[in-house]
Write a protein that binds this ligand. Structure first.
Ligand SMILES: [Zn+2]
Length: 160
């Protein structure tokens, strides 16, 4: 939930040696996207008896045995998120913020998207101003979305 609005939900079907993740997600008012895929579970014996459960990371080409999966658009281990998703998202956010700053310079606004919007420069035509301000708004939205995508952990210690 974010601002009393559902931004994501998840269901888990537990089977003998895997769990099926079924969820929908969306970002920034886009359409909901359905996901459904299995995550394999393996067990290793504990010293004092019993066993411990692990996820096998479902990301393509990974297959690491891990205790925690991180939820973004897909669930994956921290190695995968650090290598691929995290950096891709940071890049997207940074790039959008830089583009916004270039527009702010043309508009004579204070640098930094968190500093709000200034007015129309005296010498600028309204049509140009409106076009640049609308573009600026798009870049700010894109940058904020990249920052807002947080990873929530899904821990393997659930009973079944
Ligand atoms: Zn992985």
């Amino acid at each position: 939930m974010r601002d009393r609005e559902t931004v994501a939900s998840i269901q888990m079907l537990a089977e003998q040696d895997r769990v099926i993740l079924i969820y929908r997600h969306r970002s920034g008012g886009e359409e909901w996207k359905d996901e459904q895929y299995p995550v394999r579970i393996v067990r290793t014996p504990c010293n004092l008896g019993g066993s411990r459960s692990w996820f096998i990371c479902p990301a393509l080409g990974c297959g690491r045995r891990v205790a925690i999966l991180y939820g973004g658009d897909i669930f994956a281990c921290r190695h995968c998120y650090r290598l691929a998703y995290a950096s891709a998202r940071e890049d997207t956010g940074d790039r959008a913020a830089r583009c916004a700053d270039r527009l702010r310079a043309r508009l004579g606004w204070e640098p930094g998207i968190l500093n709000g919007e200034g007015g129309k420069p005296k010498w600028m035509r309204w049509r140009t101003f409106e076009r640049l301000a609308a573009k600026h708004d798009q870049f700010v939205t894109r940058s904020m979305q990249a920052v807002a995508l947080k990873f929530g952990p899904l821990v393997s210690d659930f009973p079944f």
